[in-house]
Design a protein. Structure first.
Lengths: 321, 346
């Protein structure tokens, strides 16, 4: 028996619907159809009054969720693709994110963003939005990289009083499997060292964790021990775990799949530079997607995002500085 | 005869209450304007002058403690009628730490969401789906029966995507939403003909599959008749209802704006008339209130305004050194669920 990342997300939603009467699901094609990625498959049959197909109205979907949260519900909204959350941007960053600060009334909504690239998905079904949402005060932004985290972090997200942007990686949906959803169940806001090493630290999140581990495995053959930190939550950002790792290795590479201007990797590098400059033996490096829209063709796509090859290359440069 | 607001009050008491909210709001807003011009209010002051009849009728027709009301920029009268204390207004405008927004937001961006009055954001049309969501929650909780949610927007907001998405969604979900469009003919400085191309905004109701009403927003009696009917239908389960009130904004967009772009003939025309003067005449002619009485109300409300302003002015401003500089309700680090074991990775 194995559990995929998407199984974990569906199971988490099932658990939430079963155990918390405040939870309901709202999104496009998530009812009978079970969602574009089948993250809600079968749930409408099990909970017919709490799983709703929405009109194609991302703005109003989040507006509805915020209103429902004010009145005591715990909505989970599925954006069909993270990219389309741009239509809901106003409701997310201006309505949901400002609400607790302005009024003292929290908005416990969870917005699920099927994120990141897959071959052939092109510019509008491949985006990584975590950096954009992290910029705004009042949001929690989660980027699970493991099957266990996909399950437990979604359960934890719904329990939080604040709006959560839950970035699920589409590439991991079916590719990533585990024996079970059991895991160490770290709290939200804590990073995890997924591979111990001593020569350099790679800070990554979501699908890039797996690419970083592959790169580390390759470099091991050349005698390099690379430590890989899975950030898990990009906001809040557990910079202490990254700093502690850098204290051991003296070198940092931050890897993300989002566009290169600013964003999570820039935040990691700037904080480590600021708080751990004395720990560094080499200039901290960043590796991101390229500064173009995400291309359609698999060959272009594979060269657009960081890969084990490009991570290895960046690490070799870092290790030989 | 005009329709009696269904099950709310007798026509007479109801009209007196609506008028008092109109008058209270006007006197309060006149004071806010003076304070702004004297440099006592930071930011801006946005008046509902000319829109009080529509707004107060709506606020007074909703059930406090049961219905939801998401006011917008020009709804001081509606807020007053729905039970907002004058101090909530003066404290927010004057930046008292004791106001509902505690200095974190100002002027009309205020509310008490836990009491059914969401605090508007500046992005127009955004409150439509939010009110729909409040109603949606009540449906899921099995507590929607006899409850409505109302919000107001202007002619300008009817051009936003949020308006379209929100109203369409409310219609799809069949929610008891009452949407008032105060068509005051200018969105800031932009006239109707640069805002929409249909002959009348009420035509849009048909396209959304919602109830549609048009009313002369300067006529209190007409407002009471039409708005109470729209609310009655929503409450009776007939889905969203849209009321388009035609009127003219009798001020600039804010007090920084003299509204020079509104032509004189419009100001002198039918919709340029002051709804408070119209209402006063209607009340007096129908023997609902006397002139003397109205003058007494005026004095009483002016006194209330002075006291609400004086109190807010004496109260402490928020202290940046004591401010809790977090936008999250969650406190991090979160407690560990269980001790972190060996690095594990599936």
């Amino acid at each position: 028996m194995s559990v995929t990342y998407i199984d974990a997300i569906r199971e988490a939603q099932k658990t939430l619907l079963r155990e918390d009467p405040r939870v309901f699901l709202y999104g496009q094609d998530i009812g009978t159809f079970g969602g574009a990625f089948k993250a809600t498959k079968g749930l409408a049959e099990m909970f017919p009054d709490r799983v709703f197909d929405s009109p194609i109205s991302e703005d109003a979907m989040i507006g509805l969720a915020v209103g429902a949260a004010i009145e005591g519900m715990r909505p989970i909204v599925e954006m069909q693709f993270a990219d389309f959350s741009s239509i809901a941007f106003n409701q997310i960053v201006n309505q949901a994110a400002t609400h607790f600060y302005r009024t003292g009334v929290p908005i416990p909504i969870t917005v699920r963003l099927p994120s990141g690239g897959t071959a052939g998905s092109g510019p509008f079904h491949s985006q990584s939005m975590e950096g954009i949402y992290s910029q705004y005060p009042g949001l929690i932004v989660l980027t699970p990289a493991s099957v266990s985290d996909a399950y437990h972090m979604l359960i934890d997200a719904v329990a939080l009083e604040d709006p959560v942007i839950f970035c699920e990686h589409k590439f991991l949906y079916r590719w990533l499997k585990a024996k079970s959803i059991n895991g160490d169940h770290l709290p939200i806001g804590q990073a995890r060292i997924v591979r111990a090493g001593k020569h350099a630290t790679v800070a990554a999140y979501s699908a890039m964790v797996h690419e970083a581990v592959r790169a580390a495995d390759r470099l091991q053959q050349d005698g390099w021990d690379i430590e890989v930190v899975d950030l898990r939550s990009v906001k809040p950002l557990d910079i202490d775990t990254v700093l502690a790792s850098v204290a051991r290795t003296g070198r940092l590479l931050a890897v993300g799949e989002a566009f290169p201007w600013g964003g999570v990797t820039a935040e990691v590098v700037s904080r480590v530079s600021e708080e751990g400059f004395h720990l560094l033996d080499a200039p901290p490096q960043r590796l991101n997607a390229r500064d173009t829209p995400v291309p359609y063709h698999p060959k272009l796509w594979a060269a657009h995002r960081p890969t084990p090859e490009s991570i290895c290359q960046a690490l070799r440069k870092l290790l030989t500085f | 005869m005009h329709a009696t607001p269904d099950g709310l009050a007798t026509n007479r008491d109801f009209l007196r209450a609506v008028f008092c909210s109109m008058l209270r709001a006007r006197i309060l807003e006149n004071k806010l304007s003076s304070l702004y011009k004297a440099g006592k209010i930071v930011g801006g002051v946005y008046l509902g002058r000319g829109q009080e009849a529509v707004s107060a009728t709506l606020g007074a027709s909703l059930l406090q403690g049961r219905d939801f009301f998401a006011p917008l920029i020009r709804d001081q009268a509606g807020r007053t009628a729905f039970g907002e204390s004058m101090l909530d207004c003066t404290r927010t405008y004057l930046g008292s730490a004791l106001g509902p927004m505690r200095g974190r937001d100002g002027n009309i961006h205020r509310g008490r969401p836990q009491s059914g009055v969401p605090a508007m954001i500046s992005h127009l049309g955004s409150q439509v789906s939010l009110v729909a969501g409040m109603l949606f929650a009540k449906r899921l909780q099995g507590d929607l029966e006899g409850r409505v949610g109302a919000t107001c927007i202007g002619d300008g907001a009817s051009s936003t995507g949020a308006f379209h998405e929100g109203l369409n969604l409310a219609a799809v979900e069949g929610l008891p939403l009452v949407l008032i469009i105060g068509n005051n003919q200018y969105a800031y400085s932009t006239p109707n003909h640069r805002q929409f191309a249909c002959a009348d905004l009420v035509e849009k109701a048909r396209g959304y599959g919602v109830g549609g009403f048009a009313v002369d927003g300067t006529d209190l009696m007409a407002c009471v008749s039409v708005i109470s009917e729209a609310i009655r239908r929503a409450r009776a389960g007939q889905g969203p209802q849209m009321v388009v009130a035609r009127l003219l904004r009798l001020s600039g967009h804010g007090e920084h704006d003299d509204g020079f772009y509104v032509p004189g003939e419009l100001r002198g025309g039918h919709y340029g008339r002051d709804c408070i003067e119209v209402a006063m005449r209607q009340l007096v002619e129908n023997g609902i209130a006397g002139v003397e009485e109205i003058l007494e109300w005026q004095e009483q409300f002016a006194d209330e305004v002075q006291r609400a302003v004086a109190q807010a002015q004496q109260e402490a401003a928020p202290d940046p050194y004591l401010e809790d500089w977090t936008a999250l309700a969650t406190r991090f680090p979160q407690p560990c669920c269980q001790p972190a074991a060996q690095p594990a990775f599936p």
